[in-house]
Design a protein around this ligand. Sequence first.
Ligand SMILES: Cc1cc2nc3c(=O)[nH]c(=O)nc-3n(C[C@H](O)[C@H](O)[C@H](O)COP(=O)(O)O)c2cc1C
Length: 464
Amino acid sequence: MKPYVLAGFQMIGLNGMIGASWLDPDDTSVAFTDLDYWIGIARQLDDAGFDFLFFADSYGFPGLDGEPLAATVREGRSIPQADPVTVVSALAAATRDLGYVVTASTTVEKPAALARRFATLDHFTKGRIGWNIVTGSQGATAASLMGEEVTPHDLRYDKADDYLELCLKLWESSWRTDAVVADRASGVWADPEGVRSISHDGPFHQAKGILNVPPSPQRTPLLVQAGTSGRGCEYAGRNAEVVFVAGGPHEVVARRVQNIRDAAVAAGRPADSITIVAGVMFLVAPTEEEAIAKHERMLSLSSYDGAAAIFAGNTGVDLLQFDQDAPLPHDLSTELGLSNLQRYLGTAEQPGPLVREIVDDFRRTGLNGSVFVGTPEQVADETEAFVAATGVDGFLVQPNVVPATYDDFIGLLLPELRARGLVRESRADSADPGAPATTLRERLFPGAGAHLPDTHYGAALRWS
Ligand SMILES: Cc1cc2nc3c(=O)[nH]c(=O)nc-3n(C[C@H](O)[C@H](O)[C@H](O)COP(=O)(O)O)c2cc1C
Protein backbone atom coordinates (compact mmCIF):
# COMPACT_ATOMS: atom_id res chain seq x y z
CA MET A 1 0.00 0.00 0.00
CA LYS A 2 1.06 3.57 -0.68
CA PRO A 3 2.43 5.36 2.43
CA TYR A 4 0.24 8.14 3.82
CA VAL A 5 1.06 11.62 2.62
CA LEU A 6 1.86 13.61 5.77
CA ALA A 7 1.84 17.37 6.06
CA GLY A 8 1.82 20.01 8.77
CA PHE A 9 -0.92 22.65 8.69
CA GLN A 10 -0.14 26.17 9.85
CA MET A 11 -1.17 29.78 9.57
CA ILE A 12 1.30 32.52 10.45
CA GLY A 13 -0.59 33.39 13.59
CA LEU A 14 -1.76 32.10 16.95
CA ASN A 15 -2.89 28.50 17.28
CA GLY A 16 -6.65 28.27 17.44
CA MET A 17 -8.18 25.89 14.91
CA ILE A 18 -10.70 24.73 17.51
CA GLY A 19 -10.85 27.23 20.33
CA ALA A 20 -8.12 29.64 21.41
CA SER A 21 -5.39 26.99 21.88
CA TRP A 22 -2.70 29.63 22.29
CA LEU A 23 -4.14 30.24 25.78
CA ASP A 24 -2.91 26.79 26.82
CA PRO A 25 0.21 27.37 28.97
CA ASP A 26 2.11 24.77 26.92
CA ASP A 27 1.51 26.53 23.59
CA THR A 28 4.34 28.61 22.10
CA SER A 29 2.60 30.19 19.10
CA VAL A 30 2.66 33.69 20.58
CA ALA A 31 6.18 33.58 19.06
CA PHE A 32 4.64 33.49 15.55
CA THR A 33 6.41 36.72 14.55
CA ASP A 34 9.78 35.14 15.33
CA LEU A 35 11.39 33.38 12.36
CA ASP A 36 13.16 30.93 14.69
CA TYR A 37 9.76 29.59 15.76
CA TRP A 38 9.01 28.58 12.15
CA ILE A 39 12.50 27.20 11.54
CA GLY A 40 12.02 24.96 14.60
CA ILE A 41 8.72 23.56 13.29
CA ALA A 42 10.06 23.07 9.75
CA ARG A 43 13.18 21.24 10.98
CA GLN A 44 11.13 19.00 13.24
CA LEU A 45 8.82 17.97 10.37
CA ASP A 46 11.74 17.56 7.95
CA ASP A 47 13.63 15.28 10.34
CA ALA A 48 10.50 13.22 10.99
CA GLY A 49 9.94 12.60 7.26
CA PHE A 50 6.84 14.73 6.69
CA ASP A 51 6.22 15.48 3.02
CA PHE A 52 5.39 19.15 3.29
CA LEU A 53 4.39 22.03 5.49
CA PHE A 54 1.21 23.78 4.37
CA PHE A 55 0.54 27.42 5.10
CA ALA A 56 -3.11 28.43 4.96
CA ASP A 57 -3.71 32.12 4.35
CA SER A 58 -6.26 34.78 3.62
CA TYR A 59 -6.27 38.53 3.25
CA GLY A 60 -9.70 38.35 4.78
CA PHE A 61 -10.55 38.08 8.43
CA PRO A 62 -13.61 36.91 10.34
CA GLY A 63 -15.88 39.90 9.98
CA LEU A 64 -19.27 41.12 8.97
CA ASP A 65 -19.91 44.28 6.94
CA GLY A 66 -16.14 44.85 6.76
CA GLU A 67 -15.69 45.06 10.54
CA PRO A 68 -13.73 42.41 12.50
CA LEU A 69 -15.88 40.39 14.88
CA ALA A 70 -15.05 41.27 18.49
CA ALA A 71 -14.87 37.64 19.64
CA THR A 72 -12.15 36.79 17.12
CA VAL A 73 -10.04 39.84 17.99
CA ARG A 74 -10.36 39.15 21.71
CA GLU A 75 -9.57 35.44 21.30
CA GLY A 76 -6.83 35.98 18.68
CA ARG A 77 -8.45 33.64 16.16
CA SER A 78 -7.56 34.28 12.49
CA ILE A 79 -6.69 37.77 13.66
CA PRO A 80 -3.65 38.13 13.59
CA GLN A 81 -2.52 36.43 10.42
CA ALA A 82 0.74 37.34 8.66
CA ASP A 83 1.96 36.64 5.12
CA PRO A 84 3.38 33.09 4.74
CA VAL A 85 5.24 33.60 1.46
CA THR A 86 7.82 35.63 3.31
CA VAL A 87 9.06 32.77 5.52
CA VAL A 88 9.47 30.10 2.87
CA SER A 89 12.97 30.88 1.56
CA ALA A 90 14.34 30.91 5.10
CA LEU A 91 12.66 27.60 5.92
CA ALA A 92 13.89 26.00 2.71
CA ALA A 93 17.45 26.99 3.61
CA ALA A 94 17.06 25.34 7.03
CA THR A 95 15.62 22.04 5.73
CA ARG A 96 16.44 19.49 3.08
CA ASP A 97 13.47 17.41 1.94
CA LEU A 98 10.39 19.15 3.32
CA GLY A 99 8.15 20.77 0.72
CA TYR A 100 6.20 23.98 1.27
CA VAL A 101 2.67 24.58 0.04
CA VAL A 102 1.69 28.22 0.26
CA THR A 103 -1.79 29.64 -0.18
CA ALA A 104 -2.31 32.53 -2.57
CA SER A 105 -5.58 33.88 -3.86
CA THR A 106 -6.56 34.36 -7.49
CA THR A 107 -8.64 37.39 -6.55
CA VAL A 108 -5.99 39.74 -5.19
CA GLU A 109 -3.07 40.29 -7.53
CA LYS A 110 -2.39 39.97 -11.24
CA PRO A 111 -1.43 36.48 -12.46
CA ALA A 112 1.97 37.53 -13.81
CA ALA A 113 3.02 38.87 -10.40
CA LEU A 114 2.12 35.62 -8.69
CA ALA A 115 3.73 33.49 -11.43
CA ARG A 116 7.01 35.35 -10.99
CA ARG A 117 7.00 34.99 -7.21
CA PHE A 118 6.33 31.24 -7.31
CA ALA A 119 8.92 30.69 -10.05
CA THR A 120 11.46 32.45 -7.84
CA LEU A 121 10.40 30.36 -4.85
CA ASP A 122 10.73 27.19 -6.90
CA HIS A 123 14.39 28.10 -7.47
CA PHE A 124 15.08 29.06 -3.87
CA THR A 125 13.42 25.90 -2.50
CA LYS A 126 15.12 23.68 -5.13
CA GLY A 127 11.75 22.61 -6.48
CA ARG A 128 9.97 22.12 -3.17
CA ILE A 129 7.19 24.66 -3.60
CA GLY A 130 3.47 24.15 -4.11
CA TRP A 131 0.69 26.69 -4.60
CA ASN A 132 -2.63 26.23 -2.79
CA ILE A 133 -4.94 28.01 -5.23
CA VAL A 134 -7.80 29.68 -3.40
CA THR A 135 -10.47 32.00 -4.65
CA GLY A 136 -10.89 33.52 -1.19
CA SER A 137 -12.89 31.76 1.55
CA GLN A 138 -13.17 34.98 3.54
CA GLY A 139 -14.05 36.76 0.33
CA ALA A 140 -16.15 39.57 1.74
CA THR A 141 -13.56 41.16 4.02
CA ALA A 142 -10.72 40.42 1.57
CA ALA A 143 -12.63 42.01 -1.31
CA SER A 144 -13.50 45.09 0.68
CA LEU A 145 -9.89 45.43 1.88
CA MET A 146 -8.84 45.43 -1.78
CA GLY A 147 -11.53 47.98 -2.63
CA GLU A 148 -13.59 45.51 -4.64
CA GLU A 149 -16.99 43.85 -4.66
CA VAL A 150 -17.37 40.16 -3.77
CA THR A 151 -17.35 38.07 -6.95
CA PRO A 152 -20.10 35.39 -7.03
CA HIS A 153 -18.89 31.91 -6.05
CA ASP A 154 -18.88 30.11 -9.42
CA LEU A 155 -17.59 33.15 -11.30
CA ARG A 156 -14.60 33.20 -8.93
CA TYR A 157 -13.71 29.71 -10.18
CA ASP A 158 -14.22 30.76 -13.84
CA LYS A 159 -11.78 33.59 -13.23
CA ALA A 160 -9.40 31.24 -11.42
CA ASP A 161 -9.38 28.90 -14.48
CA ASP A 162 -8.34 31.79 -16.69
CA TYR A 163 -5.83 32.99 -14.07
CA LEU A 164 -4.09 29.62 -13.88
CA GLU A 165 -4.02 29.25 -17.68
CA LEU A 166 -2.12 32.52 -17.90
CA CYS A 167 0.32 31.44 -15.17
CA LEU A 168 0.88 28.09 -16.88
CA LYS A 169 1.76 29.84 -20.13
CA LEU A 170 4.34 31.93 -18.29
CA TRP A 171 5.84 28.96 -16.42
CA GLU A 172 5.80 26.43 -19.24
CA SER A 173 5.88 28.36 -22.46
CA SER A 174 8.01 31.46 -22.15
CA TRP A 175 11.41 29.73 -21.94
CA ARG A 176 12.70 26.82 -23.98
CA THR A 177 14.06 24.19 -21.60
CA ASP A 178 17.65 24.58 -22.88
CA ALA A 179 17.59 28.36 -23.40
CA VAL A 180 20.06 29.20 -20.61
CA VAL A 181 23.64 28.37 -21.60
CA ALA A 182 25.54 30.73 -19.23
CA ASP A 183 28.70 30.46 -21.36
CA ARG A 184 31.38 33.03 -20.48
CA ALA A 185 33.59 31.98 -23.41
CA SER A 186 31.02 32.90 -26.04
CA GLY A 187 29.52 35.71 -23.97
CA VAL A 188 26.06 34.16 -24.17
CA TRP A 189 23.88 33.89 -21.10
CA ALA A 190 20.73 32.68 -22.88
CA ASP A 191 19.82 31.93 -26.48
CA PRO A 192 17.51 34.74 -27.65
CA GLU A 193 15.73 32.16 -29.80
CA GLY A 194 14.81 30.34 -26.61
CA VAL A 195 12.94 33.15 -24.87
CA ARG A 196 9.61 34.44 -26.14
CA SER A 197 6.62 36.46 -25.07
CA ILE A 198 3.50 34.58 -24.23
CA SER A 199 0.19 36.04 -25.20
CA HIS A 200 -2.97 35.49 -23.22
CA ASP A 201 -6.28 37.04 -24.10
CA GLY A 202 -8.71 35.26 -21.81
CA PRO A 203 -12.21 36.20 -20.74
CA PHE A 204 -10.91 37.81 -17.52
CA HIS A 205 -7.13 38.16 -17.71
CA GLN A 206 -4.81 39.44 -20.41
CA ALA A 207 -1.01 39.45 -20.63
CA LYS A 208 1.73 39.71 -23.21
CA GLY A 209 5.37 39.34 -22.25
CA ILE A 210 7.91 36.99 -20.73
CA LEU A 211 8.30 35.37 -17.35
CA ASN A 212 11.45 37.14 -16.24
CA VAL A 213 12.74 34.10 -14.36
CA PRO A 214 14.48 31.17 -16.10
CA PRO A 215 12.90 27.69 -15.86
CA SER A 216 12.93 26.41 -12.29
CA PRO A 217 13.22 22.77 -11.18
CA GLN A 218 9.48 22.08 -11.36
CA ARG A 219 8.70 24.96 -13.78
CA THR A 220 5.11 24.94 -12.50
CA PRO A 221 4.76 24.72 -8.71
CA LEU A 222 2.84 21.71 -7.44
CA LEU A 223 -0.81 22.73 -7.97
CA VAL A 224 -2.96 22.33 -4.89
CA GLN A 225 -6.60 23.23 -4.31
CA ALA A 226 -9.35 22.72 -1.73
CA GLY A 227 -12.74 23.45 -3.27
CA THR A 228 -15.50 20.96 -2.56
CA SER A 229 -18.59 22.56 -4.13
CA GLY A 230 -19.66 21.27 -7.56
CA ARG A 231 -17.74 24.05 -9.31
CA GLY A 232 -14.84 23.64 -6.88
CA CYS A 233 -14.54 19.93 -7.76
CA GLU A 234 -14.71 20.72 -11.45
CA TYR A 235 -11.84 23.17 -10.96
CA ALA A 236 -9.84 20.55 -9.05
CA GLY A 237 -10.56 17.92 -11.70
CA ARG A 238 -9.09 20.10 -14.41
CA ASN A 239 -6.25 21.77 -12.55
CA ALA A 240 -5.17 20.27 -9.23
CA GLU A 241 -2.48 17.69 -8.49
CA VAL A 242 -3.27 17.68 -4.77
CA VAL A 243 -6.62 18.45 -3.15
CA PHE A 244 -7.20 19.22 0.52
CA VAL A 245 -10.51 18.10 1.97
CA ALA A 246 -11.92 18.86 5.36
CA GLY A 247 -12.41 15.94 7.73
CA GLY A 248 -15.87 14.91 8.90
CA PRO A 249 -18.09 11.82 8.86
CA HIS A 250 -16.67 9.03 6.69
CA GLU A 251 -19.55 9.07 4.24
CA VAL A 252 -19.30 12.84 3.69
CA VAL A 253 -15.55 12.73 3.07
CA ALA A 254 -15.94 9.63 0.86
CA ARG A 255 -18.47 11.47 -1.30
CA ARG A 256 -16.15 14.46 -1.67
CA VAL A 257 -13.24 12.21 -2.61
CA GLN A 258 -15.37 10.42 -5.20
CA ASN A 259 -16.60 13.75 -6.64
CA ILE A 260 -13.01 14.94 -7.03
CA ARG A 261 -11.88 11.70 -8.69
CA ASP A 262 -14.93 11.76 -11.00
CA ALA A 263 -14.10 15.35 -11.93
CA ALA A 264 -10.53 14.35 -12.83
CA VAL A 265 -11.87 11.61 -15.12
CA ALA A 266 -14.39 14.02 -16.65
CA ALA A 267 -11.45 16.33 -17.43
CA GLY A 268 -9.65 13.45 -19.21
CA ARG A 269 -7.21 12.70 -16.40
CA PRO A 270 -6.69 9.45 -14.46
CA ALA A 271 -8.69 9.29 -11.21
CA ASP A 272 -5.49 8.81 -9.20
CA SER A 273 -3.68 11.75 -10.80
CA ILE A 274 -4.97 13.78 -7.83
CA THR A 275 -3.61 13.10 -4.34
CA ILE A 276 -6.25 13.86 -1.72
CA VAL A 277 -5.25 14.88 1.79
CA ALA A 278 -7.64 15.39 4.72
CA GLY A 279 -7.23 18.03 7.44
CA VAL A 280 -7.40 16.29 10.83
CA MET A 281 -6.55 17.25 14.40
CA PHE A 282 -4.62 14.51 16.26
CA LEU A 283 -4.69 14.38 20.05
CA VAL A 284 -2.45 11.44 20.97
CA ALA A 285 -1.22 10.44 24.43
CA PRO A 286 0.25 7.31 26.06
CA THR A 287 -3.09 6.49 27.73
CA GLU A 288 -6.69 7.03 26.68
CA GLU A 289 -7.39 9.06 29.83
CA GLU A 290 -4.57 11.49 29.02
CA ALA A 291 -5.76 11.86 25.44
CA ILE A 292 -9.33 12.57 26.58
CA ALA A 293 -7.98 15.10 29.09
CA LYS A 294 -6.13 16.88 26.27
CA HIS A 295 -9.32 16.96 24.23
CA GLU A 296 -11.27 18.40 27.14
CA ARG A 297 -8.59 21.01 27.73
CA MET A 298 -8.80 22.05 24.08
CA LEU A 299 -12.61 22.26 24.17
CA SER A 300 -12.51 24.31 27.38
CA LEU A 301 -10.76 27.02 25.35
CA SER A 302 -13.41 26.93 22.60
CA SER A 303 -16.20 29.41 23.27
CA TYR A 304 -19.71 29.56 21.81
CA ASP A 305 -19.26 33.15 20.61
CA GLY A 306 -15.80 32.46 19.21
CA ALA A 307 -17.13 29.49 17.21
CA ALA A 308 -20.03 31.55 15.85
CA ALA A 309 -17.60 34.31 14.81
CA ILE A 310 -15.29 31.92 12.93
CA PHE A 311 -18.35 30.41 11.23
CA ALA A 312 -19.58 33.88 10.27
CA GLY A 313 -16.18 34.81 8.88
CA ASN A 314 -16.11 31.70 6.69
CA THR A 315 -19.71 31.59 5.51
CA GLY A 316 -20.97 35.16 5.94
CA VAL A 317 -23.79 33.70 8.08
CA ASP A 318 -24.02 35.05 11.64
CA LEU A 319 -25.59 32.18 13.58
CA LEU A 320 -26.13 34.42 16.62
CA GLN A 321 -28.76 36.38 14.64
CA PHE A 322 -30.98 33.28 14.26
CA ASP A 323 -33.36 31.69 16.75
CA GLN A 324 -30.98 29.38 18.62
CA ASP A 325 -33.71 26.76 19.13
CA ALA A 326 -34.73 26.35 15.49
CA PRO A 327 -32.97 24.88 12.44
CA LEU A 328 -31.53 27.15 9.74
CA PRO A 329 -33.80 27.73 6.72
CA HIS A 330 -33.01 24.73 4.51
CA ASP A 331 -32.61 26.94 1.42
CA LEU A 332 -30.12 29.34 3.02
CA SER A 333 -27.21 30.00 0.66
CA THR A 334 -24.05 32.08 0.51
CA GLU A 335 -21.49 33.32 -2.00
CA LEU A 336 -18.78 32.65 0.61
CA GLY A 337 -17.90 29.33 2.32
CA LEU A 338 -20.71 27.22 0.93
CA SER A 339 -19.37 23.85 2.08
CA ASN A 340 -19.37 24.80 5.78
CA LEU A 341 -22.92 26.11 5.53
CA GLN A 342 -24.13 23.00 3.68
CA ARG A 343 -22.71 20.85 6.48
CA TYR A 344 -25.65 21.97 8.62
CA LEU A 345 -28.62 22.44 6.27
CA GLY A 346 -31.57 20.07 6.25
CA THR A 347 -34.18 19.69 3.52
CA ALA A 348 -37.81 20.76 3.26
CA GLU A 349 -38.81 17.27 4.44
CA GLN A 350 -36.07 16.72 7.01
CA PRO A 351 -35.04 19.79 9.04
CA GLY A 352 -31.34 20.16 9.93
CA PRO A 353 -29.95 20.54 13.47
CA LEU A 354 -30.96 23.41 15.75
CA VAL A 355 -28.77 26.52 15.52
CA ARG A 356 -27.62 25.90 19.11
CA GLU A 357 -26.50 22.40 18.07
CA ILE A 358 -24.76 23.78 14.99
CA VAL A 359 -22.73 26.27 17.02
CA ASP A 360 -21.88 23.58 19.54
CA ASP A 361 -20.80 21.09 16.87
CA PHE A 362 -18.73 23.78 15.19
CA ARG A 363 -17.24 24.72 18.56
CA ARG A 364 -16.05 21.12 18.94
CA THR A 365 -14.89 20.42 15.37
CA GLY A 366 -14.05 23.78 13.76
CA LEU A 367 -13.78 24.45 10.04
CA ASN A 368 -12.18 21.19 9.15
CA GLY A 369 -14.21 18.56 10.90
CA SER A 370 -12.22 15.60 12.31
CA VAL A 371 -10.49 15.15 15.66
CA PHE A 372 -8.75 11.82 16.34
CA VAL A 373 -8.28 11.27 20.08
CA GLY A 374 -6.61 8.32 21.82
CA THR A 375 -3.56 6.17 22.35
CA PRO A 376 -1.17 5.60 19.43
CA GLU A 377 -2.86 2.25 18.73
CA GLN A 378 -6.36 3.73 18.83
CA VAL A 379 -5.48 6.68 16.61
CA ALA A 380 -3.55 4.49 14.15
CA ASP A 381 -6.68 2.30 13.92
CA GLU A 382 -8.76 5.42 13.33
CA THR A 383 -6.49 6.57 10.48
CA GLU A 384 -6.75 3.15 8.86
CA ALA A 385 -10.53 3.12 9.13
CA PHE A 386 -10.72 6.67 7.76
CA VAL A 387 -8.51 5.90 4.76
CA ALA A 388 -10.34 2.65 4.02
CA ALA A 389 -13.76 4.33 4.17
CA THR A 390 -12.94 7.57 2.36
CA GLY A 391 -10.11 6.84 -0.08
CA VAL A 392 -7.97 9.80 1.01
CA ASP A 393 -4.20 9.52 0.48
CA GLY A 394 -3.03 11.15 3.69
CA PHE A 395 -3.40 13.77 6.38
CA LEU A 396 -2.78 17.41 7.07
CA VAL A 397 -1.89 17.43 10.75
CA GLN A 398 -3.60 20.45 12.28
CA PRO A 399 -2.07 22.14 15.31
CA ASN A 400 -3.69 22.32 18.70
CA VAL A 401 -0.78 23.13 21.00
CA VAL A 402 2.70 23.57 19.49
CA PRO A 403 5.15 21.89 19.92
CA ALA A 404 3.06 19.20 21.73
CA THR A 405 0.95 18.42 18.63
CA TYR A 406 4.08 17.55 16.65
CA ASP A 407 5.97 16.01 19.59
CA ASP A 408 3.08 13.61 20.23
CA PHE A 409 2.47 12.86 16.57
CA ILE A 410 6.15 12.19 15.88
CA GLY A 411 7.12 10.61 19.18
CA LEU A 412 4.03 8.49 19.84
CA LEU A 413 1.98 7.99 16.68
CA LEU A 414 4.63 7.80 13.95
CA PRO A 415 6.37 4.72 15.43
CA GLU A 416 3.00 2.94 15.49
CA LEU A 417 2.19 4.00 11.90
CA ARG A 418 5.68 2.93 10.79
CA ALA A 419 5.38 -0.44 12.51
CA ARG A 420 2.20 -0.99 10.48
CA GLY A 421 3.94 0.08 7.25
CA LEU A 422 1.57 3.02 6.79
CA VAL A 423 4.13 5.82 6.44
CA ARG A 424 7.50 6.10 4.80
CA GLU A 425 10.71 6.05 6.83
CA SER A 426 12.49 9.22 7.80
CA ARG A 427 15.65 9.97 5.82
CA ALA A 428 17.85 8.98 8.77
CA ASP A 429 16.19 5.54 8.98
CA SER A 430 16.03 4.95 5.24
CA ALA A 431 18.20 2.54 3.24
CA ASP A 432 19.96 5.47 1.56
CA PRO A 433 20.26 8.43 3.96
CA GLY A 434 22.58 10.26 1.54
CA ALA A 435 20.19 10.18 -1.44
CA PRO A 436 19.68 13.58 -3.09
CA ALA A 437 16.52 15.48 -2.21
CA THR A 438 13.76 15.41 -4.80
CA THR A 439 11.29 18.04 -5.89
CA LEU A 440 7.96 18.16 -4.08
CA ARG A 441 6.17 16.79 -7.16
CA GLU A 442 8.48 13.75 -7.32
CA ARG A 443 8.11 13.20 -3.60
CA LEU A 444 4.34 12.92 -3.91
CA PHE A 445 4.34 11.17 -7.28
CA PRO A 446 7.50 9.03 -7.22
CA GLY A 447 8.94 8.30 -10.63
CA ALA A 448 6.69 10.78 -12.43
CA GLY A 449 9.33 13.47 -12.93
CA ALA A 450 9.72 17.01 -11.71
CA HIS A 451 7.36 18.60 -14.23
CA LEU A 452 3.61 18.60 -14.73
CA PRO A 453 2.58 15.13 -15.92
CA ASP A 454 1.50 14.68 -19.53
CA THR A 455 -2.05 14.03 -18.37
CA HIS A 456 -2.30 17.66 -17.16
CA TYR A 457 -3.29 20.13 -19.86
CA GLY A 458 -0.51 22.48 -18.76
CA ALA A 459 2.16 19.98 -19.87
CA ALA A 460 1.23 20.55 -23.52
CA LEU A 461 2.24 24.20 -23.14
CA ARG A 462 5.84 23.31 -22.29
CA TRP A 463 8.48 24.59 -24.73
CA SER A 464 11.19 21.98 -24.77
C1 LIG B 1 -7.80 21.74 4.49
C2 LIG B 1 -8.29 23.01 3.88
C3 LIG B 1 -7.45 24.12 3.82
C4 LIG B 1 -7.91 25.32 3.28
N1 LIG B 1 -7.08 26.41 3.26
C5 LIG B 1 -7.54 27.60 2.80
C6 LIG B 1 -6.73 28.77 2.85
O1 LIG B 1 -5.58 28.73 3.28
N2 LIG B 1 -7.25 29.94 2.41
C7 LIG B 1 -8.51 30.03 1.91
O2 LIG B 1 -8.91 31.13 1.52
N3 LIG B 1 -9.30 28.94 1.84
C8 LIG B 1 -8.84 27.75 2.28
N4 LIG B 1 -9.66 26.64 2.25
C9 LIG B 1 -11.02 26.80 1.70
C10 LIG B 1 -11.11 26.32 0.26
O3 LIG B 1 -10.19 27.01 -0.57
C11 LIG B 1 -12.52 26.51 -0.25
O4 LIG B 1 -12.86 27.86 -0.26
C12 LIG B 1 -13.49 25.78 0.60
O5 LIG B 1 -13.09 24.43 0.73
C13 LIG B 1 -14.90 25.86 0.02
O6 LIG B 1 -14.91 25.33 -1.25
P1 LIG B 1 -16.04 25.72 -2.28
O7 LIG B 1 -15.88 27.20 -2.47
O8 LIG B 1 -15.75 24.96 -3.54
O9 LIG B 1 -17.31 25.37 -1.61
C14 LIG B 1 -9.22 25.42 2.78
C15 LIG B 1 -10.06 24.30 2.82
C16 LIG B 1 -9.61 23.11 3.37
C17 LIG B 1 -10.55 21.94 3.41
